[in-house]
Design a protein around this ligand. Structure first.
Ligand code: MLT
Ligand code: ZN
Length: 443
C-alpha cells in the first residue's frame, strides 16, 4: 500500500490510491498489461512523472496505473536529419541536455522540464515558456507508436507504415491517456540558438506590462520567452528569491531573446526600449548562465511560493488572445476583492496563456464555495474574451465538468464517439476529459 500511495496524486487536488501499479520496461510489457486489464475489465491510467495539474494521471477507484519510469531510454538522436527517438518516460530536461551537447535544441518546456516526462507532455498537449517563438509540444512530434486497448500496436506520422493514410499523430497529442498508450516518440529537433540573453523589467501597473507585450509584438520582435507576473504573485515570491522586488512594482516581465549574436544585438535594445516606453523600470539583463539563472529564479519559484499562501490552490491555465490579457488580469483582481480570496495571476504572456491561481483554505467550506465560484467566473470571462479553458494543463478531472461551457453537446458527442472507436469498453483513463456512459467509472 505504501508504494501504491506514491502513485495516488499529481499536482491537482484529486487523490486516489490505485489498485495495482505496473511499471513496464518495454512495449511488449505494455501490450501484455493491456491484455490483462482487458481480460479482467480493469481500467488503466497511464502516468508519467505525476506533475500534471488537472488530475489526468489519477486513477479511478479500482483502476491500475501504468507508470513509465522504466521506459526512459533515448534510442536515437539523429544529428543529420535532426530528430530523436525516445521512450515516454524520458524526462524533458534530460533530452534537452543530451541534444544540446550536439548543438541541437528541443524547445518545449512546460516550466517543469527537470521533472516532467515527454510522454506526459504529449498526453497533456503541453505548452510552456517558449511557445510564441518555437511553438508547443505538438509542433515537435513527428511520429508515435501507440498500444491500443485491443493490444494492437499502431504507428503514426514518421513511423507510419503507409504514408498515404491520414496522419493520426495529432489525435493522440493532448488525448490525456484516453485513446491509447504511447510507447515510442519521434521528436523534431532544431539547431540550438548561438546565444541567449535574459532580462527582466518591473512595471508600475499590470496594464503597462501588458502594453509592453503588445508593443514588442507589434514591433515584430520575437522574444523566445515573455513571462508575466502580477502584483500578488510578486508579493508571494518576495523574500524567497535572490533579488529585491521594488515596493512600487505591480507587475514584472521576464523576457528572453535568443539567436545569433547579431540577432541579439539588434533585438535586445529594441525590446528594452519597448519596456521603457511602457514605464518599465529597474531593468536587469544577463547573458552568462549563472546570472540568467538568478533572474529565472523569480519565475521558477512562483509555484512553490504560492503553495505557501494557502492550503488549497486551484491552478487554471486559461488562454486568451494576447491583446485581451490585461482584461483577464483585471477581472481576476475584481474577483479577488469580491470573494476575499487571493487570486495571483502569472504565465506565458507571449501566447496569452495565463495561470490563474485561486487560493483557499481547504478546511473552510465558505472558502471552498467561493473558490469554486471564482473558477467559474474566470472561465466565463475567458470565453467572453474569445479564449479557451485550457492552454496547456489539459482538461483532466478538474475541468471535465466545465467543457459544456465551451463546447456544444454535438461537439462533445463527437469527442465521445472518437473515444468509443479506440476504447469500446471505456477502460482507457475513464473519468478523465469526458465521462463516458459506458466507461468503467460507472460500473
Ligand atoms: C508553469 O508555467 O509554471 C506551469 O504550467 C504551472 C505551474 O507550475 O504553476
Ligand atoms: Zn505554464
Amino acid at each position: 500500500l505504501e508504494e501504491r500511495v506514491l502513485f495516488s496524486y499529481d499536482a491537482a487536488t484529486f487523490r486516489q490510491v490505485p489498485e495495482l501499479v505496473v511499471m513496464p520496461r518495454s512495449e511488449e510489457d505494455v501490450i501484455q498489461t493491456v491484455q490483462f486489464a482487458r481480460k479482467y475489465h480493469i481500467p488503466i491510467s497511464p502516468r508519467g512523472a505525476g506533475t500534471g495539474m488537472s488530475g489526468g494521471a489519477i486513477p479511478n477507484p479500482g483502476a491500475m496505473i501504468i507508470g513509465f519510469e522504466r521506459m526512459n531510454r533515448i534510442w536515437e538522436i539523429n544529428q543529420i536529419e535532426k530528430y530523436a527517438v525516445v521512450e515516454p518516460g524520458v524526462l524533458t530536461g534530460d533530452l534537452q541536455e543530451k541534444v544540446l551537447e550536439m548543438g541541437l535544441f528541443y524547445p518545449p518546456d512546460p516550466s517543469s522540464y527537470l521533472v516532467s516526462t515527454l510522454g506526459g507532455n504529449i498526453a497533456e498537449g503541453a505548452g510552456g515558456l517558449r511557445c510564441a517563438k518555437y511553438g508547443v509540444t505538438k509542433n515537435y512530434v513527428l511520429g508515435l507508436r501507440v498500444v491500443t486497448m485491443l493490444g494492437e500496436v499502431i504507428t503514426t506520422g514518421a513511423l507510419a507504415e503507409d504514408p498515404r493514410f491520414p496522419d493520426l499523430t495529432p489525435l493522440f497529442i493532448g488525448s490525456e491517456g484516453t485513446l491509447g498508450i504511447v510507447t515510442i516518440i519521434v521528436l523534431r529537433l532544431i539547431k540550438a540558438p548561438e546565444c541567449t540573453q535574459t532580462m527582466l523589467a518591473f512595471f508600475p501597473t499590470g496594464t503597462d506590462a501588458a502594453e509592453a507585450v503588445s508593443t514588442i509584438l507589434k514591433e515584430r520582435l520575437l522574444p523566445s520567452v515573455m513571462e508575466f507576473l502580477d502584483r500578488m504573485t510578486l508579493k508571494a515570491i518576495t523574500g524567497y528569491v535572490p533579488l529585491e522586488i521594488p515596493e512600487q512594482a505591480e507587475a514584472m516581465l521576464l523576457i528572453e531573446v535568443d539567436g545569433s549574436e547579431a540577432d541579439i544585438k539588434e533585438q535586445l535594445p529594441l525590446v528594452m526600449e519597448c519596456c521603457q516606453g511602457c514605464q518599465g523600470f529597474q531593468m536587469l539583463q544577463a547573458s552568462e548562465a549563472k546570472k540568467r539563472n538568478r533572474l529565472w529564479e523569480l519565475r521558477r519559484s512562483v509555484s512553490p511560493s504560492l503553495a505557501r499562501l494557502a492550503s488549497g490552490k486551484i491552478n487554471e491555465d486559461v488562454c486568451v488572445p494576447r491583446g485581451e490579457m490585461i482584461r483577464l488580469v483585471e477581472a481576476c483582481q475584481e474577483l479577488s476583492k469580491h470573494t476575499g480570496l487571493m487570486i495571483p495571476v502569472y504565465g506565458h504572456a507571449a501566447d496569452g496563456n495565463l495561470h490563474v491561481n485561486v487560493m483557499y483554505d481547504r478546511n473552510n467550506q465558505d472558502q471552498i464555495d467561493q473558490a469554486q465560484f471564482a473558477v467559474e467566473q474566470v472561465f466565463q470571462k475567458t470565453l467572453e474574451l474569445g479564449g479557451t479553458l485550457s492552454g496547456e494543463h489539459g482538461i483532466g478531472r478538474t475541468k471535465r465538468d466545465y467543457l459544456p461551457m465551451q463546447f456544444s453537446p454535438y461537439y462533445i458527442e463527437c469527442f465521445r464517439q472518437i473515444k468509443q472507436v479506440w476504447d469500446p469498453e471505456g477502460l482507457m483513463n475513464p473519468g478523465v476529459m469526458y465521462p463516458l456512459e459506458n466507461s468503467a467509472e460507472n460500473t
